[in-house]
Design a protein around this ligand. Structure first.
Ligand SMILES: Cc1cc2nc3c(=O)[nH]c(=O)nc-3n(C[C@H](O)[C@H](O)[C@H](O)COP(=O)(O)OP(=O)(O)OC[C@H]3O[C@@H](n4cnc5c(N)ncnc54)[C@H](O)[C@@H]3O)c2cc1C
Length: 232
């Protein structure tokens, strides 16, 4: 558990987890004018050991959901601005007719959401673009020019630096000794968060606007749903 003596006396929001989601959240809260933010991770920075540091970091821009496609486009815009994105183009290949049908549907989604330059390509064209592939085992491919790779750890570092520059990050607690027991932190640091039945802060159960209160957001899985209450 985090040593309570290392915690600040108060905070506007405590973000638990300095993976890509927590770092991004701290930056966006700072950008939106939030101050007195605290970011905590049990692992050392810049790679605290969560999924972010293990990811292959590929970004595929086309999703069947319009909202996810828009979110991805906005993320890519941000990654490009911070020079952590390498655009390579990418191909998803199908080895069965059923899988090929799914790629055709992805092509329809690309057209519907205005993602340009996507193509359904033949095995021969896949071979041209990726010479080491054995084209006899594939039925076709879905090519997207905007596919790329993001340096997600570098992104996290820049996001934290930006929040610090804005004077928004009052404390950055990371490394051994900073494993958060959400209930203990809420009791010690925040005074207006309702706990859910599992002992974790439950903004929804509070039935009130999270924005009006000190907030704790765990970006470590199940509490990530609270984020939509924080950002407009
Ligand atoms: C092998 C692999 C490949 C992947 N490839 C891709 C890919 O190509 N493209 C893609 O888009 N996604 C990919 N992903 C998924 C992507 O990595 C995750 O969706 C993303 O990193 C999740 O970010 P996060 O910030 O939510 O979680 P995390 O990065 O896991 O961050 C959570 C943080 O919380 C900290 N933490 C947890 N519990 C506590 C606690 N009690 N107290 C304090 N700190 C705590 C952890 O130390 C961790 O740093 C991949 C994932 C893996 C594992």
């Amino acid at each position: 558990m985090t040593d309570s003596s290392s915690l600040p006396a108060s905070a506007r929001a405590v973000v638990v987890g300095a993976g890509i989601v927590g770092n991004s959240l701290v930056y966006h809260l700072a950008r939106l004018g939030w101050r007195d933010l605290v970011l905590i991770d049990k692992g050392p920075l810049p790679n605290p050991g969560g999924s972010t540091g293990h990811a292959s970091n590929f970004i595929f821009p086309v999703d069947h959901s319009k909202e996810m496609t828009q979110l991805t486009a906005d993320s890519v815009r941000q990654y490009k601005e911070w020079e952590v994105f390498t655009e390579s183009g990418g191909i998803e290949v199908a080895r069965t007719e059923e899988r090929m049908q799914e790629l055709q549907r992805r092509m329809s989604s690309a057209k519907a959401w205005g993602i340009e330059g996507c193509e359904i390509i033949t095995p021969a064209r896949v071979k041209e673009l990726v010479p080491f592939i054995e084209e006899s085992v594939i039925v076709g491919g879905f090519y997207t020019p905007g596919v790329g790779i993001v340096d997600s750890l570098r992104f996290g570092t820049i996001a934290r630096e930006q929040a610090q520059k804005l004077g928004a990050l009052q404390d950055l607690l990371a490394g051994a000794g900073h494993v958060v027991d959400p209930k203990a932190v809420v009791e010690g640091l925040l005074d207006d968060v309702v706990l859910g039945p599992d002992g974790l802060p439950a903004a929804d159960a509070a039935g009130s606007e999270l924005l009006a209160h000190p907030a704790m957001v765990a970006t470590v899985g199940r509490l990530v749903r609270s984020v939509d209450r924080l950002l407009p």
